[in-house]
Write a protein that binds this ligand. Structure first.
Ligand SMILES: Cc1cc2nc3c(=O)[nH]c(=O)nc-3n(C[C@H](O)[C@H](O)[C@H](O)COP(=O)(O)OP(=O)(O)OC[C@H]3O[C@@H](n4cnc5c(N)ncnc54)[C@H](O)[C@@H]3O)c2cc1C
Length: 252
């Protein structure tokens, strides 16, 4: 099927982590007055490679809708075509995209939810949080509780830490947990894989997620590489969660 391609012009670029070579990229779609999407969806970026072949890769939108702009959070994959093209793009330069696509969106009605992400899997979670707790318009969280459990290896790879900490400080119903699998000596925060902390959240909030046989009422949204997504889905199923409560996006 022929899809309509739009220009994505890079407006701003921010290095989020030198070590992981991860960038926050802010684009505008100049042909569009409004780029409407649901937070959590992805765009398909399109470019032509050195063999004149069209290459397409999916990237989660790391922002809530705002006019004709959208953000991405991209890390370099060694030897990879598109991640390097995006990470090397300079403000003013353009590429193309189609979309939005995908079903990884907040399901109505809103329920207490746990967002679980590793690496750049935090991108759609940033979109969710911007949508739920906007800084310039009214809160859309409906008083529900949202936990973001974010896992990465090193402290320097905790993307958007200050943003999430600020939202957590301002909103008692947003809870932010960052855990490191390879912490440096002296790291005083959480350690280990996301699964251990997901279990703690569920145990500490039995009113949200009964572990005693009753159906838990919460929803889980999981995003990252398949290994983590599968392990976390298995964990929730073992805890008695129904498939319908678990939404996920796999990057590989
Ligand atoms: C729905 C969806 C949303 C995505 N959102 C994001 C996002 O927000 N940010 C982001 O950085 N990426 C995201 N990705 C991954 C992205 O689409 C690309 O796969 C990634 O950027 C690598 O593309 P490439 O062209 O650089 O590498 P390629 O040229 O496709 O591959 C080069 C090599 O890297 C391996 N590889 C491919 N993808 C990955 C990966 N993700 N991690 C490690 N190794 C890999 C391949 O097996 C291959 O050996 C998403 C993927 C999907 C399916």
């Amino acid at each position: 099927m022929e899809r309509k391609l739009y220009t994505a012009r890079l407006l701003n670029k921010l290095l989020l982590s030198e070590r992981a070579q991860c960038y926050h990229l802010e684009f505008e779609a100049p042909e569009l007055e409004n780029f409407s999407f649901n937070s959590g969806q992805f765009v398909s970026m399109v470019a032509v490679d050195s063999a004149s072949k069209h290459q397409t890769r999916a990237y989660s939108i790391a922002s809530a809708p705002r006019g004709n702009r959208f953000d991405l959070c991209v890390n370099r994959v060694e030897g990879g075509f598109f991640s390097n093209l995006l990470c090397d793009l300079e403000p003013g330069a353009s590429t193309q995209f189609h979309g939005p696509h995908g079903l990884f969106v907040l399901r109505p009605p809103l329920k207490d939810s746990i967002f679980i992400a590793t690496g750049t899997g935090v991108a759609p979670m940033r979109g969710f949080v911007e949508h739920l707790f906007p800084t310039e318009t009214e809160d859309r969280s409906e008083g529900r509780h949202f936990w973001l459990v974010y896992g990465t290896r090193h402290e320097s790879e905790i993307y958007y830490q200050r943003y999430f900490e600020k939202i957590a400080a301002e909103h008692p119903n947003f809870h932010y947990l960052a855990t490191l699998s390879r912490p440096h000596e002296g790291w005083e925060g959480l350690r280990g894989y996301v699964q251990a902390h997901v279990k703690n959240v569920l145990e500490e909030h039995p009113q949200c997620a009964s572990l005693n046989g009753a159906q838990p009422q919460m929803l889980a949204y999981i995003c990252g590489l398949n290994e983590m997504v599968s392990a976390t889905r298995d964990q929730l199923k073992e805890l008695g969660w129904d498939r319908k409560q678990i939404h996920f996006e796999r990057y590989d």
